[in-house]
Design a protein around this ligand. Structure first.
Ligand code: C5P
Length: 223
């Protein structure tokens, strides 16, 4: 059994994917973490802000090429599972992950790992993957496809509430801006853009809590 969950940033797709995997006894892969790890390495290679060294049109082509080759090697050598950490969740890494994720070389390097996980999950049961291109590219034949979205203001409010307990100094407004920018980058990029597929079950989580979203998804799965 393979379940694909796509959706906008901070829509609750990760929460649904994790809880769905828990309740069904399946394995869960947060594919955004793969792009975040590559972005962290990009930052260590000297890229400091969104677009640096990656999309800058005026940048020297040779430097750009060599950066992409280095990042592709990093992407190819990643091994699962990837441990989540606050460092990978920072705003800088989120923006850089979206820049890195627009490179076809990086996406290609990560496809096989995601498909291997889905086809041979560690527990040999089923797999739940969440991301932006799971239903469209990684698992076009998934048993179930979901697309999760919520109003941007509500997503920003939820993310702000989550970050309140951490040392983050982001405001709800800066979070909203970052989410909107990232959704735009993700849905307008040339390769594997975020899109709502006609065969995906759409859930608007704006007025739903995590339990309600889980219940709706389980109702579809259990028929
Ligand atoms: O899901 P998360 O917000 O952690 O993903 C970070 C970024 O990684 C996204 O904004 C997107 O650019 C990229 N991503 C992607 N395809 C996926 C998962 C994430 O392009 N399957």
């Amino acid at each position: 059994m393979k379940i694909a969950i796509d959706g906008t940033a901070a829509s609750g797709k990760g929460t649904l994917a994790r809880r769905l995997a828990n309740s069904l006894g399946y394995d869960y892969l947060d594919t955004g973490l793969l792009y975040r790890v590559v972005a962290l390495q990009a930052l260590k290679l000297g890229m400091t802000s969104f677009g640096d060294n990656i999309k800058e049109p005026t940048q020297n082509e040779t430097i750009k090429r060599s950066t992409i080759i280095k990042l592709t090697t990093i992407a190819l050598s990643l091994s699962l599972p990837i441990l989540d950490s606050p460092e990978l969740r920072s705003q800088k890494i989120s923006s850089l992950a979206a820049a890195v994720a627009s490179l076809p070389e990086i996406r290609q390097a990560l496809i096989k790992k995601q498909r291997n996980f889905a086809h041979s999950p560690p527990s040999n049961s089923g797999a739940v993957l969440d991301g932006r291109d799971i239903g469209s590219v990684i698992l076009p034949k998934a048993d179930f496809k979901f697309f999760i979205d919520a109003k941007p203001e509500i997503r920003a409010k939820r993310r702000f509430a989550q970050l309140k307990d951490t040392k983050s100094n982001q405001t709800q407004e800066t979070i909203l801006k970052e989410l909107n920018e990232r959704d735009k980058t993700d849905s307008t990029r040339q390769f594997a853009p975020l899109k709502r597929l006609s065969d995906a079950i759409f859930i608007d989580s704006s007025s739903l809590n995590a339990d309600e979203v889980l219940q709706i998804a389980l109702n579809y799965i259990n028929g």
